[in-house]
Design a protein around this ligand. Structure first.
Ligand code: GTP
Length: 235
């Protein structure tokens, strides 16, 4: 295994699959199986999941809602997704613990860094819900922050595209994929990997990022083993 402890960031929107809202349960099960395969290999894994399939704070604020209110609603959406993922993992026999940045003790543990690390050491998958617990931060930033806190070796950003391209591959057919790229090149070329807060946090704390296609079965395991899947952002 190339990595011993990973922080997997999943997008809430990806969880919709081909639906226009909510959770595609087949896809959720597929994600759970992917996670199970790396747990079985002895890799410690923590997960942060977005909430965009349920609620997007930014869009709500564009529609006139108070930004902070919208962001808190988005954080609650991530807890719903986290609970769904927890249920899917437990159904296939994977031990999990869910910790939330906003206290909701009837539903899950509060975020306690030392406890999260102990859970990981015991082979449990730790899911971090409610983002950073603060408005104006994305779940990418939450993933980065938690990744740094638990001393993950790498952030794995699971998306629908299989890496970072010279241009948007869905719009520009001549776009080429990078196998590796440095943080400085991403800044210089103005490429979009994560939002700037998250990206800079990774850069300043020497946390590499791999962007890969989470929807391709077997990919997560390949990334963890060190196969060339997706794009590695390194120093
Ligand atoms: P260790 O015994 O320390 O290895 O960890 P553990 O998670 O098994 O111990 P604990 O007794 O803390 O937790 C038992 C169960 O209760 C786990 O499923 C936890 O996620 C859950 N749990 C712990 N604290 C809370 C809490 O504040 N709220 C909720 N809802 N569940 C909690």
């Amino acid at each position: 295994m190339k990595y011993k402890r990973i922080l997997l960031k999943l997008s809430g929107e990806a969880l919709m699959g081909n639906k226009s809202f909510g959770i595609d349960h087949d896809l959720l099960t597929q994600y759970a199986l992917e996670v199970k395969s790396v747990v079985a290999a002895g890799v410690q894994i923590a997960i942060v999941i977005g909430g965009g399939n349920i609620f997007r704070g930014i869009q709500a604020s564009e529609g006139g809602m108070d930004r902070v209110q919208g962001d808190y609603m988005g954080m609650l959406a991530t807890v719903i997704n986290s609970m769904a993922l927890q249920a899917a993992l437990e159904k296939i026999g994977v031990d999990t613990r869910l910790q939330s940045a906003i206290k909701m003790e009837q539903i899950c543990e509060p975020f306690i860094r030392r406890k999260a690390v102990r859970h990981l050491e015991k082979g449990r998958v730790v899911i971090f819900g409610a983002g950073t617990g603060n408005p104006y931060f994305t779940t990418d930033t939450a993933a980065t922050l938690r990744g740094i806190e638990i001393e993950a070796n790498v952030i794995l950003k699971g998306t629908r595209v299989d890496g970072i391209y010279t241009a948007d591959p869905e719009k520009d057919k001549s776009a080429k994929k990078y196998e590796t790229i440095t943080f400085d090149e991403v800044y210089a070329k103005g490429l979009q990997v994560m939002d700037m807060t998250a990206f800079t946090l990774c850069n300043e704390n020497k946390l590499p990022i791999i962007v890969f296609d989470m929807n391709k079965p077997g990919n997560l395991r390949k990334v963890v083993v060190g196969d060339k899947v997706g794009t590695l952002v390194e120093f």
